[in-house]
Ligand binder design. Structure first.
Ligand SMILES: [Zn+2]
Length: 166
């Protein structure tokens, strides 16, 4: 790049988007996630990406420091930017989970990721009344990325289910 200043051709919109996507930093999924968000009616979005994504809401998966950092960031965006829709995503082959797998099989890791998505959804909905939360699991299908919709599940934030499945 030779010019000192680069001017993007996309138009700047002053109003904040009302959708927030929280997902893993893994750049192999970034464009596909943005396409999914457009597909479900959110052409503009705030993003919160950290390795592990929504896993960090669950202090049993991520530890208290990461849990605290992600929770405070999400609360800031929801309240400060007027977010009404949150999309939480996990993905197949996530390095964050693999690094903490501790002998778990691939299937057990996926179950853990889905558990963490639901845990995060309950936490966000309990903290922010009326917030619309959608969950997706991203996986590869041939040379494309497929997104499976995950139900919100049931049970309380700190109910027996959350504890017993650790
Ligand atoms: Zn990941």
């Amino acid at each position: 790049m030779q010019d000192k200043t680069f001017i993007a051709d996309v138009r700047f919109e002053r109003a904040h988007p009302d959708a927030l996507a929280i997902y893993c930093s893994d750049g192999r999924f970034t464009e596909a996630v943005e396409q999914l968000l457009r597909h479900i009616g959110h052409p503009r979005l705030d993003t919160l990406t950290l390795p592990g994504g929504a896993a960090l809401f669950n202090y049993l998966s991520a530890g208290f420091a990461d849990h605290d950092a992600l929770s405070r960031a999400a609360t800031f965006l929801v309240r400060g930017h007027g977010i009404r829709h949150v999309v939480l995503l996990a993905h197949q082959g996530c390095g964050y989970y693999r690094a903490r797998a501790m002998g778990r099989t691939d299937q057990e890791i996926v179950e853990r990721q889905i558990h963490d998505l639901r845990f995060a959804a309950r936490m966000l909905r309990e903290a922010n009344a009326g917030l619309d939360v959608l969950l997706f699991f991203a996986r590869t299908e041939g040379e494309r990325v497929a997104f499976d919709r995950i139900s919100l599940g049931s049970g309380g934030l700190l109910g027996a289910e959350a504890i017993s499945r650790v």
